[in-house]
Design a protein around this ligand. Structure first.
Ligand code: UD1
Length: 445
């Protein structure tokens, strides 16, 4: 094992995958079964949008079950730069957005975090003006924001985009946005959230047709309603918002992270281990559970909010990513790792983002037999993956490589951990708690 370790590390130094010096890498020794129960954190994508939503409110917002993640810290910095006062106590964030300057979003931070752009609707509707840089985030496609902009324009905003900065203002009576009927050409999660937040303080009724139905939209609507907003239909394709003049303080708990939960379910399946997860809302995981059952595992609801994964002989299946309640694009890479060691042939089709198959090349380094054509990956299951140095290319790809490493024979070294740290709270600790052998070390190569 020692010799192999040395040679694989030296391979990294010679490879184009070379990491920056002294950057942490994750070393994983595969082939160890997992057991026990893992605690699922609050949902990253919910917490981020609720933080943006707190800008609607001129009183204190208290969010609990907020995961400790790089993305959340970046969002806190952005809200602070806008003037919010944030205090953190464990998983609780208290956000006081009484005094906000809606033109102060810092370019450097917003360009690193796509979700921070989603603050545009909250800022515009509360202050009648906003200035915010165009967003960044994972490199998984173009990810434009024209649906956000069109929605705000339909509500009466003037929007200008200049040198990477979006500026918007509302003319007319009280600088208030006006309720409107908005049909989204595509059920974008972010655009639905932007428009929903903007509509809470608009004058009159807003109807969003072909809205996204993700659980994070429902969480945002529940959060806004708890502040006094009037919203019906969240979680369906038609959301109706009756604008109110002002929102009030709130104490709100973020839902469990369905993608983190899905990732751990795959960890159980790929290592052929029986593990339990809690807390989860199993309804949010229906498409993921259905696919796990098709590949040969069983997922059993235990008491209340606990799920148990019972492993089985893995067989291939086809997956197409779709907006909720379809199979989530954020679970596609993790299932690709699983299908690469599932018997027979599988086809994975990515329809949500146009550049989200970059983990294939890394799985191939580990011995996976995958061919990509357009947005389809054709997988022929192999009996076993083998450990290799690999590079994470985006957040969920990094999780897929960790999962592959857990199942592989020998040692895997995952680089590019800044992706992983954006979205998984204490992943190593949680996996170690289940019995996995992995360690974060500093690579001097
Ligand atoms: C959110 C999630 C992300 C998840 C994605 C799809 C957050 C912070 N991120 O991202 O983890 O992968 O939903 O479930 O919640 N699009 C346009 N024009 C727009 C907006 C989007 O063409 O104005 C396209 C995007 O380029 C993409 C597709 O719509 O191809 C889906 O994007 P969207 O649903 O908006 O995802 P996000 O909200 O960015």
């Amino acid at each position: 094992m020692e010799d192999k370790t040395i040679s694989s590390v030296s391979k990294i130094t010679q490879s184009p995958l070379t990491n920056k010096e002294n950057e942490p890498v994750l070393e994983i020794w595969g082939g160890h079964p997992l057991s026990g129960t893992v605690t699922i954190s609050g949902a990253k994508n919910s917490a981020l949008v609720l933080m943006a939503g707190s800008l609607l409110c001129p009183e204190d917002c208290r969010l609990s079950n907020v995961p400790d993640l790089v993305d959340i810290r970046r969002m806190s910095q952005i809200l602070t730069a806008l003037g919010a006062k944030i205090t953190k106590n464990g998983d609780i964030l208290n956000i006081d957005a009484r005094e906000i300057n809606p033109t102060k979003a810092p370019y450097d931070l917003v360009s690193q975090l796509r979700a921070s752009f989603f603050a545009i609707g909250a800022l515009l509707t509360r202050f009648g003006t906003v200035r915010i840089p165009l967003p960044g985030g994972c490199a998984i496609g173009a990810r434009p924001v024209e649906l956000h902009v069109k929605g705000l324009q339909a509500m009466g905003a003037n929007v200008f985009i200049d040198s990477g900065i979006v500026q918007a203002n509302v003319k007319g009576r009280n600088s208030r946005l006006q309720g409107a009927k908005i049909y989204l050409d595509y059920p974008s999660v972010g655009a639905t959230e932007t428009i929903l937040m903007a509509a809470t303080l608009a004058e009159g009724e807003t109807i969003i047709e072909n809205a996204a139905q993700e659980p994070e939209i429902v969480d945002l609507a529940n959060f806004c309603c708890a502040m006094g907003a009037k919203i019906r239909g969240a979680g369906t394709k038609k959301i109706i918002i009756s604008g109110v003049e002002r929102l009030h303080s709130v104490d709100y708990r973020v839902i469990p992270d369905r993608i983190e939960a899905g990732t751990f379910l795959v960890a159980g399946a790929i290592t052929r281990s029986e593990i339990a997860l809690s807390p989860v809302i199993s309804e949010h995981l229906i498409p993921v559970i259905a696919k796990l059952e098709t590949v040969g595992c069983r997922v059993i609801a235990e008491s209340g909010d606990c799920l148990k994964l019972i492993p089985g002989a893995l067989k291939g299946t086809d997956i197409e990513t779709l907006p909720y309640p379809g199979f989530p694009t954020d679970m596609q890479a993790q299932f690709m790792a699983l299908l690469s060691i599932s018997e027979g042939n599988s086809v994975v089709s990515e329809t949500v983002f146009e550049n989200r198959l970059r983990h294939v090349a890394e799985l191939q380094r580990m011995g996976a037999n995958i061919r990509v054509k357009g947005n389809h990956a054709f997988i022929e299951g192999v009996p076993m993956l083998s450990g290799a140095p690999v590079m994470a290319t985006d957040l969920r790809a990094s999780a897929a490589l960790v999962l592959a490493g857990l199942a592989a024979q020998g040692k895997t070294i995952v680089r590019g951990l800044h992706h992983l740290d954006r979205g998984y709270e204490n992943l190593e600790d949680k996996l170690q708690g289940l019995g996995a052998k992995l360690e974060r070390v500093i690579s001097n190569q």
